[in-house]
Design a binder for this molecule. Structure first.
Ligand code: ADP
Ligand code: MG
Length: 245
């Protein structure tokens, strides 16, 4: 008997997207296992956010396929809408709803009875150390606290995939390391597959199980962080890592 094969949480194959006749995402393929963090790392303008937006379903690819837990969610003729993809989003500018309390923000995307939703919100806020803020409003929280609430909100519906687009770049340096580590712990516990977009090599080195190095719409190298750091594929990759010490 063969062992049951577990599907990757996320598998994208040959994604292509052009704007004005220019391929900004050019045959990108990736697969992410449960609990795995893959960093899409590359300079500004190389196509990272466009790739993420196609996976989220808010941008349509020209060609290529997207599978979540082995099920097709998007190709060029078939398309599961964004809200039914079991994908959590955390973007730098994806702000909390200012008119909702912290608890209501976290419970926002949840279905079911009010008491169940509130209990789930409480559990997640407790996990990020902010349960005491449940009835406060976002403007009463610091930037770092708001980012923790955004993480709790994204994880509340137990998404199978978490997409994060430079989520920590608005935070000051002192806070960032702590929040990165907490975020990783929580994501691993929840068993989501994580695709984290960043242009900062240092962030990818700290957070990734695997780095996919992207340049001009293509993935030019994939591997464990230290493998890529120690053996960059070419001079551009080497230059990109050279300011880490
Ligand atoms: P990154 O996230 O790596 O900085 P993006 O995916 O945001 O890169 O953008 C890749 C390229 O695609 C850029 O040249 C950008 O200007 C272009 N682009 C992105 N979205 C659009 C759009 N809606 N219309 C035209 N060009 C776009
Ligand atoms: Mg971007």
């Amino acid at each position: 008997m063969t062992a049951p094969k577990t599907s990757p949480r996320l598998e994208i194959r040959d994604l292509v997207r052009s704007f004005d006749g220019k391929r900004v995402v050019d045959n990108v393929s990736l697969s992410i296992a449960p609990g795995q963090v893959t960093c899409l790392l590359g300079p500004s303008g190389c196509g990272k956010s466009t790739t993420l937006r196609m996976i989220a379903g808010v941008e349509m690819q020209d060609s290529g396929t997207i599978h979540v837990d082995g099920a097709l969610i998007c190709d060029t003729v078939f398309r599961v809408p964004p809200e039914r993809r079991s994908i959590g989003l955390m973007f730098q500018d994806f702000a909390l709803f200012p008119h909702l309390s912290v608890g209501e923000n976290v419970a926002f995307g949840l279905k079911g009875a009010g008491t169940d939703r509130k209990a789930r919100a409480h559990t997640l806020l407790d996990r990020v150390g902010l349960a005491h803020f449940i009835d406060e409003f976002p403007h009463q929280l610091s930037g770092g606290e708001q980012q923790r609430v955004a993480l709790a909100r994204a994880l509340a519906p137990s998404p199978r995939i978490m997409l994060m687009d430079e989520p920590f770049s608005g935070l000051d340096n002192r806070l960032r390391d702590g929040i990165r580590d907490e975020t990783l712990d929580l994501l691993k516990e929840e068993g989501a597959g994580v695709l984290l977009v960043t242009h900062e090599p240092e962030e990818a080195m700290r957070m990734a199980d695997e780095i996919a190095l992207m340049r001009a719409g293509r993935i030019v190298q994939r591997g464990a962080p230290y493998t890529i750091y120690n053996a960059p594929a070419d001079r551009d990759a080497m230059a990109f890592f050279s300011d880490i010490n």
